[in-house]
Design a protein around this ligand. Sequence first.
Ligand code: DAH
Length: 344
Amino acid sequence: MDMQEQLRKIQEEAAAQLATITDKAELDALKVKLMGKKGELTLIRRSMGQIPAEDRPKAGQMINEVVAILTEKMDTLAAKINMLEQEKKLASEAIDVTEPRKHTMIGMQHPISLVQDQMLSVFTSMGFDVVEGPEVEYDLYNFEMMNIPKNHPARDAQDTFYIEDNVVLRTHTSPVQARTMLNRKPPIRIVCPGRVYRADEVDATHSPVFHQMEGLVVGEDVTMADLKGTLDAFAQKLFGDDMTTRFRPSFFPFTEPSAEVDLTCVNCHGKGCRICKGTGWIEVLGAGMVNPKVLEMCGIDSKKYSGFAFGVGLERIAMLRYGITDMRALFEGDVRFLSQFRDD
Ligand code: DAH
């Protein structure tokens, strides 16, 4: 078979193969078969020495032509394969943004947070500022400035976690009163939400960590009537227009006079039921007129100014608001329980 015939055959076979090739590996294999070290065209070129010298230029030209034609065809196919592969890759990476998602859990607010937010919005709408204080507190603010000196029996009632001799985990939010009065001049109108700590055993109504909100108003001519009006408004906004409060005499070192404040029973609306033990009232918070001693210790002239204060447990309010009977449910973090509560 002469060289021309050989070249024609190689070209024909290569063209036929190119028509069927669909991937890069196959194309590379064909390239090697034709033009590799032992490729068909390479071997033909090498065999040029065996043909007469005068025929060589013609032969060389023929080989070059075939090489050029096949190279172009292979390049074209390589470009096409490349494009197809890119398209395939893009298609495989495509994201269908319309595809419905698998079931996702949407986070929600904890009932304590819900109640805290509701209360804050009631008090801020009445002109109160929101102030926070540290949970790790000096004995000085937690007790002394609240008129609870060392050896005062009221310290026993609040089983305290001590960090150091003079540093405690605050047992109530009342120390924020002292911190604020030392820093601000009357008129003062603040609420202070936050966590508080007591060495209590966990049961249906107790936890060593719980939440309170402190209220403090100091100004000229602030009276117990202002306290009653404020707490009535709070009760009505949170629990309904038919709510009212009842004050019973009590004792706190930091208020004089002091009161335990009852709320119309949220369950029976005052008729008397199991929850209020037939009285129509439930105890919800402590309050009173700021003890002049406390005002003076905080640098406020008790002849010119008077104030009222209250402290309310958020767990208690959340339990009443949402009909929760065991406080532990508020601390366990069971999503089946927590997902029932919505702001409304
Ligand atoms: N600090 C009190 C407690 O934790 C609650 C309290 C009662 C706060 C009366 C007050 C108040 O501001 O006037 O038991």
